[in-house]
Design a protein around this ligand. Structure first.
Ligand SMILES: Nc1ncnc2c1ncn2[C@@H]1O[C@H](COP(=O)(O)OP(=O)(O)O)[C@@H](O)[C@H]1O
Ligand SMILES: [Mg+2]
Length: 544
C-alpha cells in the first residue's frame, strides 16, 4: 500500500495511502521517516511523524507497513540506550556519528552478539504461544525466552547463538526466534494483579521512612524548576532495590542524560555490587530530539519494562519528566485541531495518563511467577503551580505524592520533599513490612519523628513572635529535636557518596539515636537542668 504526501504541517502530514489502519506505522518521504497514523479520513490519513520533517515535500512517496509501533524484545536490551523509537543510540553513533539522519534504520538488538541458550524444551514437545522454551544469562537477569507461536518443536538446540539466526524451528518449518515484537501501546498480558505488599526501598531516608513506596506502585514527584526532581529520580535509579531500572529522559536537558550515563558506567549497584549500567535501560528523548517521538517514548519504555516483569523481575520505570510527554501530546492534539481542554491539553489527557500508569503493578505472570513494575514520574508544573492539569491528572492515579518544595530547595534542604503535603497510600502495609524486616521500632520512631515535625510547625509562629529566649524550655527542646531531624535525618546530600544512599537499617538507627538524645535531654531537664546548659556540656563532650 503506497501513495504520496498530500499536505505537510510540521510533524503532522497527510497521505493518500489507501487501506491504512489507526496507529499503523507509515514510512514517509524518500528518506522513509517513521510516522504513525493518528487519524483516518475518507480520502486521506493523517500521520504523526516521529522524526524531523524539514525538507520533506508534497508529492514524495509514503507507504504503510501493516504494523503498529512495536518494541523489539529479546536478549541485549540491558545496558542499552535507545531513542523513543527504540533505535540503539550507541550503535548509531558508531555507524553514523552524533546526528541521527531522518529515516535511519539500525537493528534494535545487536544481531551478531553471541549468547548462550539453555533449552528447557525438547523436539517433539508441543508449545503454546508464550510458553517458556529456555533461558539466556544476561547480566543480572535470567532472560526467559518464550515460544513465538503454538506448534510442535522439530529442532531446538542449546549452546551459542546470535539473534541473526533462529534457535530452532517448528514442524511446519516456521522459525523459533529468541526475539519478539510487541505493539507498544498494548499492555502485555498477565494472569492477575496482586496488591502491593513489599516496599520499594529507595535509599532516601525521607521517602523510606515517611512516604514509603511499594513495589508495583506508582509515585509522582512534582516540583518547580531547580527543586531537585532530576537528582532525586537519578538517586532512586541508582539505589533502589529492584532487579532493573528503565530510565526515560523525556524532554529534559541532554547534558543531564550524558552525565547520568557517564556516572552509571562507573558506579556499582549497592545491592548486587555489579556495574549499575548492567541493570539499566535508558530511553532518551531529550529536549534536542524531535518532540513527536517523545509521546511514543514512554510506551516504548513501559513495554520493555513489562517484558522483564513477565520474567518475574522487579522493574522500576522512572520518567523525567512526564510533563514534557503531556506537552508533546498537547502539540499533537492541537495540530490535529482537536477540541482543547484545560490549558490547551487534550480532553483525554487524564485518561491517557491513567491508562499508562495502569500498566504498573504486582502481577502473577503467565508463567505463574510474580513480577512487579513500579513507576516514579517527575512532574514539572509551570511556575510551580500544582493546580495545573498535568499534576492533577497524575494525582488521580498515583499512589504516592512526593511534593518538592521550592522554599526548602532555596534553603538548600535536599531532597526538598515537603513533609506535610506529601503522602503515600502504601503507608500502612509498608510500615508493617519495615517493622517486621528492619526493626520493631520502625513504626514508633516514624510516629515520633512526625510528631516532632508537627509540633515544631505549630511552635514556629510563637517562636517568631516571642523569640527563642521567651519560649518555654520544653518547647525549645522540641524545636531543637525537629531541627536535628531535618538537618541530620531528612536532608541527604546526593553528592556525598557516604550519605547519598541509606539502607533502611541505618536510617532507623540514625533516627532512633536522635530520638534517644531527645529523651535524655528531657530527662535531665525534668531534673532541673536548662537546655542551654545541657547543650553546652554536650558540645564539650563532642569536642573532646
Ligand atoms: N539531594 C541533593 N543533594 C545535594 N544537592 C541537591 C540535591 N538535590 C538537588 N540538589 C541541587 O539542586 C540542583 C537542581 O536539581 P535538579 O534535580 O536539576 O532540579 P530539577 O530537575 O527539579 O530542575 C542540583 O544541581 C543540585 O545542586
Ligand atoms: Mg530536571
Amino acid at each position: 500500500m503506497t501513495g504520496r504526501i498530500i499536505a505537510i504541517a510540521g510533524p503532522t502530514i497527510s497521505v493518500d495511502v489507501r487501506g491504512l489502519c489507526l496507529n499503523e506505522i507509515v514510512l514517509v518521504g524518500s528518506a522513509g521517516l517513521t510516522g504513525e497514523v493518528v487519524r483516518l479520513e475518507r480520502e486521506r490519513a493523517v500521520v504523526q511523524v516521529y522524526e524531523e520533517t524539514r525538507g520533506l515535500a508534497v508529492g514524495e512517496p509514503a507507504r504503510g507497513t501493516a504494523s503498529p509501533l512495536t518494541a523489539r524484545l529479546g536478549p541485549g536490551l540491558l545496558a542499552g540506550m535507545f531513542d523513543g523509537l527504540q533505535r540503539p543510540l550507541e550503535r548509531l553513533l558508531e555507524r553514523d556519528g552524533p546526528f541521527i539522519a531522518g529515516g535511519s534504520r539500525c537493528e534494535t538488538l545487536d544481531e551478531r552478539r553471541a549468547w548462550e541458550f539453555v533449552p528447557l524444551k525438547r523436539p517433539g514437545q508441543r508449545l503454546l504461544a508464550g510458553e517458556i522454551i529456555g533461558e539466556v544469562a544476561e547480566g543480572v537477569v535470567r532472560h526467559l525466552i518464550r515460544a513465538p507461536s503454538d506448534g510442535e518443536i522439530a529442532e531446538l538446540s542449546g549452546g551459542t547463538f546470535s539473534l541473526g539466526a533462529p534457535l530452532g524451528r517448528y514442524c511446519d518449518g516456521s522459525p523459533i526466534n529468541a526475539c519478539q515484537e510487541w505493539p507498544v501501546r498494548r499492555p502485555r498480558p498477565y494472569l492477575r494483579k496482586l496488591p502491593p505488599t513489599v516496599p520499594l526501598v529507595t535509599g532516601q531516608r525521607v521517602v523510606d521512612m515517611l512516604y514509603p513506596l511499594a513495589r508495583g506502585g506508582t509515585a509522582i514527584i512534582p516540583g518547580g524548576f531547580g527543586t531537585g526532581k532530576t537528582i532525586l529520580e537519578q538517586s532512586i535509579a541508582k539505589f533502589s532495590d529492584v532487579d532493573l531500572v528503565v530510565y526515560v529522559g523525556c524532554g529534559e536537558r541532554g547534558n543531564e542524560m550524558a552525565e547520568l550515563l557517564e556516572e552509571f558506567a562507573g558506579i556499582l549497584d549497592p545491592w548486587s555490587s555489579r556495574r549499575l549500567m548492567e541493570r539499566t535501560i535508558v530511553v532518551a528523548n531529550t529536549s534536542n530530539m524531535p518532540v513527536a517521538a517523545r509521546e511514543a517514548s514512554i510506551y516504548t519504555a513501559v513495554t520493555m519494562a513489562e517484558y522483564f516483569r513477565d520474567m518475574g523481575c522487579h522493574v522500576l520505570l522512572l520518567a523525567d519528566s512526564i510533563s514534557r510527554w503531556a506537552e508533546a501530546l498537547r502539540e499533537i492534539s492541537s495540530s490535529l485541531e482537536e477540541m482543547p481542554g484545560e490549558e490547551g491539553y487534550p480532553t483525554y489527557l487524564a485518561s491517557r495518563m491513567a491508562g499508562f500508569m495502569e500498566r504498573s503493578g504486582v502481577v502473577e505472570t503467565l508463567g505463574g511467577g510474580i513480577g512487579s513494575l513500579s513507576m516514579i514520574l517527575s512532574v514539572s508544573p509551570p511556575g510551580g503551580d500544582f493546580s495545573e492539569p498535568v499534576t492533577q491528572a497524575c494525582l488521580r492515579s498515583a499512589g504516592a505524592f512526593l511534593m518538592l518544595d521550592s522554599s526548602l530547595a532555596h534553603s538548600r534542604h535536599f531532597p526538598a520533599v515537603n513533609w506535610f503535603q506529601s503522602y503515600s497510600l502504601y503507608e500502612q502495609p509498608m510500615v508493617r513490612h519495615f517493622s517486621r524486616t528492619v526493626g520493631p521500632g520502625w513504626g514508633e520512631a516514624r510516629l515520633r519523628c512526625r510528631q516532632l515535625l508537627q509540633r515544631e510547625e505549630s511552635l514556629r509562629e510563637v517562636a517568631e513572635i516571642v523569640g527563642l529566649e521567651g519560649m518555654q524550655e520544653a518547647d525549645r527542646l522540641i524545636l531543637h529535636g525537629a531541627e536535628r531531624i531535618r538537618q541530620e535525618f531528612l536532608c541527604q546530600n546526593a553528592y556525598e557518596p557516604e550519605d547519598a544512599f541509606s539502607r533502611p537499617e541505618s536510617s532507623l538507627q540514625r533516627l532512633e539515636a536522635i530520638l534517644a538524645d531527645q529523651e535524655r535531654l528531657a530527662g535531665s531537664m525534668a531534673a532541673g537542668a536548662t537546655l542551654d546548659e545541657l547543650l553546652v556540656t554536650e558540645g564539650q563532650h563532642a569536642a573532646e
